[in-house]
Design a protein around this ligand. Structure first.
Ligand SMILES: NC(=O)C1=CN([C@@H]2O[C@H](COP(=O)(O)OP(=O)(O)OC[C@H]3O[C@@H](n4cnc5c(N)ncnc54)[C@H](OP(=O)(O)O)[C@@H]3O)[C@@H](O)[C@H]2O)C=CC1
Ligand SMILES: O=C(O)CCC(=O)C(=O)O
Length: 523
C-alpha cells in the first residue's frame, strides 16, 4: 500500500505542493519516503467547517450506527496487518511484538466503545416524573441525558503511534460520544498516521458517515496545533505528550473567548513502594522485575516506574544489587525521535550532576539513536531538601529514594506531584503500613496497584488512566477505558417537554438502556 503523503480533510485525501516534511527511520535517522503535505490555514478552516457541519448529523445517528462505524474502523485497522506494523516500526523504533500488541489494543478499544454505545449506560439517563399536586409547589417533570460536546481535536502521541494516535483512545472515545474528530498527527510517525487515516476513510465510506466526522492534519511546529485549539468550533482537546506542550495548550484553550477543556496527559513518575516484609521475602525478584518494567519500550511510557521508595534495610541492599545487575546488562534501545533521546540524555546528565544523587548503574552502550538505562539513588533526607528531582525524565531512568524512617517516607510522599499510578509491593505483614499509605496514594494518583508494575494499561470498564496535575490536566477523568467517553459529553436536562420532543432514550416505556427512574435504577 503506497503512501501518498496526503492530508485527510473531511475523510478525503488532499495534497499540498508547498514544502513538505519526511519521517526519519528512528534507528538510523535516514529519511523515509514520501514527503508529507503540511496543512495550510485553509485546511484548518476546511477541516473545522466540515466537522461542524457533520456534528448535528453524526451526533444524532442511532447509537447502533456509530457502533458499526467504530467496528468498521477496527476491521480496517486489523486488515492493514503487517503493513501498519512495519511502517510503525520504522518510524518509532519500537519492536514488532510491542506494535503488534498495540495494533490489537487499538482495534480492541474501538470495539469496546462500540459495546459501550450499545449498552447505553454512558447516557446516564434519569427520569424524575412530575408531581403536580406536591405542596407547597408542584414538582416539574425532569429528564437528563448526556450529549456530545461538539468537534474534538486529538493530538497523536509519539510514544504510542497506534493506541494513543490517529485512531487511539482519545479518537475512539470522542467518536463514540458522537463528536467529529480532527487529529493533529505527530510528526514522528506520519506514514503510520496516513495508513490509519486511510482505514478510517474506508470505514466512513462503508458505513455512510458524514465526511466531516474525521480529518487528519499534519504540520510540524506549533502553528497547526495552536490554530486547531483556538478554533471556535472546537469544543474539547485530547493530548498526550510533554508537560510543556500540554500546559501551553491548556493556557491557549483557557484564553479563548469561549474556553474549552484540554484533557492532557503529561508527566508522571509513578512511585513504587517496597514495603518491608515484601522486600525481605523477595528482594532479588523485585529488583529484576523493576528493571524489566523500567526498560520496556526504552522507558518511553508515561507509566514508567521513575521513582522507588523504601526503608533502609539489608533487604533494600539486596534489591539494589539485583536492580544494578539488571540495569548493567540492559541493552541500549532505539528511542522514538532524536529530540526525545536528547531530552532523555539531558535529564540523565542533570541527575548525574545533582548533589545528593548517586548513579549506581548504567545500561549497555548502543548506536547513536539509542538510550541507555540509568539507575540513581538518593536518601530521603536529600530528597526532602530538594524534591525537584521528582520531575519526569522520559526514558529508562529511575531514582531509588532510601528513607531512614516511615515518617521520612511519608514526608517524601507529601512532596510528590500528581501521578498516573502508585504501586505497593506488600505481604500480609505489611498491611498496617499499606493502610497508612493508602489514603495518601488515593489523593496522589489515578490508579493504585498491588504487587505489579505500572507499565501496560489494561483497557477495561474499570480502568483509570489519569490522575491529578501534572500527570493529567484534570484528574477527574481517564483517557483509557470506557469512562474516557465522559470527557466528551455534557449533561442536558429537559423540563416538562412534551413526549414528542423528548429523545427516545428519555421517553416513558422500555428504552432498552439502564436508567434511573424516580430514584430507582432499572435494568
Ligand atoms: N509522559 C508521557 O506520556 C510523554 C511525555 N513526552 C515528553 O515529551 C517530550 C517530547 O515528545 P513529543 O511526543 O514530541 O511531545 P510534545 O509535547 O513536544 O508534542 C506532542 C504534540 O503536541 C504538539 N505541540 C507541542 N507543544 C505545542 C504547542 N505549544 N502548541 C501547539 N502544539 C504543540 C506537537 O506538535 P509538533 O510536533 O508539530 O510541534 C506534537 O504534535 C519527550 O521528550 C517527553 O519528555 C512525550 C510523550 C509521552
Ligand atoms: O502503558 C500504557 O499502556 C499507556 C501508557 C501511556 O499512556 C503513555 O505512555 O503515554
Amino acid at each position: 500500500m503506497a503512501l501518498t503523503g496526503d492530508l485527510f480533510i473531511a475523510s478525503k485525501r488532499v495534497h499540498r505542493d508547498g514544502p513538505g516534511f519526511q519521517a526519519v527511520a528512528a534507528s538510523t535517522g535516514a529519511p523515509l519516503e514520501p514527503s508529507f503535505s503540511v496543512a495550510t490555514k485553509e485546511d484548518v478552516e476546511a477541516a473545522t467547517a466540515a466537522a461542524e457541519a457533520a456534528f448535528p448529523i453524526y451526533s444524532n445517528l442511532p447509537r447502533e450506527k456509530r457502533a458499526e462505524f467504530l467496528e468498521a474502523i477496527a476491521e480496517e485497522i486489523d486488515a492493514l496487518g503487517e503493513t501498519l506494523t512495519e511502517r510503525a516500526m520504522q518510524e518509532s523504533g519500537l519492536p514488532h511484538a510491542r506494535l503488534t500488541g498495540e495494533r490489537g489494543r487499538t482495534s480492541g478499544q474501538l470495539r469496546l466503545f462500540a459495546k459501550e454505545l450499545r449498552l447505553g449506560e454512558y447516557l446516564r439517563a434519569r427520569i424524575d416524573h412530575a408531581i403536580p399536586d406536591r405542596q407547597p409547589a408542584p414538582k416539574p417533570d425532569l429528564r437528563l441525558r448526556m450529549i456530545p460536546v461538539g468537534p474534538v481535536v486529538v493530538f497523536g502521541a509519539s510514544n504510542f503511534p497506534l493506541a494513543f494516535s490517529v485512531a487511539g483512545g482519545d479518537t475512539a472515545s470522542a467518536l463514540a460520544a458522537g463528536c467529529p474528530v480532527i487529529v493533529k498527527g505527530h510528526s514522528a510517525h506520519p506514514g503510520t498516521s496516513e495508513l490509519v487515516a486511510g482505514a478510517i476513510e474506508r470505514a466512513v465510506a462503508r458505513t455512510g458517515m458524514p465526511a466531516g466526522v474525521f480529518s487528519l492534519i499534519n504540520g510540524a511546529g506549533n502553528e497547526v496545533g495552536s490554530a486547531l485549539v483556538s478554533h471556535p468550533v472546537v469544543k474539547a482537546v485530547g493530548f498526550t505528550g510533554s508537560r510543556g506542550g500540554g500546559t501551553a495548550l491548556m493556557k491557549l484553550a483557557a484564553s479563548r473567548p469561549v474556553p474549552i477543556p484540554v484533557y492532557a496527559e503529561m508527566s508522571s513518575i509513578n512511585p513504587v513502594f517496597l514495603l518491608p516484609a515484601a522486600l525481605e521475602s523477595r528482594a532479588e525478584a523485585l529488583g529484576k522485575a523493576y528493571i524489566g518494567s523500567l526498560t520496556m519500550g526504552a522507558g518511553q511510557f508515561c507509566t514508567n516506574p521513575g521513582l522507588v521508595l523504601a526503608l533502609e534495610s539489608p533487604a533494600l541492599d539486596r534489591f539494589l544489587a539485583a536492580a544494578t545487575e539488571a540495569v548493567s546488562g540492559a541493552a541500549a534501545q532505539t528511542m522514538l525521535t532524536p529530540g526525545i533521546l536528547k531530552a532523555y540524555e539531558q535529564g540523565v546528565a542533570r541527575w548525574a550532576a545533582a548533589p545528593g544523587l548517586n548513579q549506581v548503574a548504567q545500561g549497555q552502550e548502543g548506536s547513536a539513536s539509542c538510550g541507555r538505562a540509568a539507575l540513581f539513588t538518593m536518601t530521603g533526607a536529600d530528597f526532602i531538601a530538594d524534591p525537584s528531582h521528582a520531575e519526569e525524565v522520559f526514558g529508562a531512568a529511575s531514582l531509588l529514594v532510601r528513607c531512614a524512617t516511615i515518617e521520612e517516607l511519608l514526608k517524601v510522599v507529601s512532596l510528590l506531584e500528581g501521578q498516573l499510578t502508585a504501586t505497593l509491593h506488600l505481604d500480609d505483614a505489611d498491611t498496617e503500613v499499606a493502610a497508612q499509605l493508602l489514603p495518601l496514594l488515593e489523593r496522589l494518583a489515578g490508579r493504585i496497584l498491588a504487587n505489579g508494575w505500572p507499565t501496560g494499561v489494561e483497557v477495561t470498564d474499570a480502568q483509570v488512566h489519569g490522575g491529578p496535575f501534572p500527570s493529567t490536566a484534570d484528574g477527574r477523568s481517564t483517557s483509557v477505558g470506557t469512562l474516557a467517553i465522559d470527557r466528551f459529553l455534557r449533561p442536558v436536562a429537559y423540563q416538562d417537554l412534551p413526549a414528542a420532543l423528548l429523545p427516545a432514550d428519555l421517553r416513558d416505556g422500555d428504552a432498552g438502556i439502564p436508567r434511573r427512574i424516580d430514584g430507582k435504577p432499572t435494568l
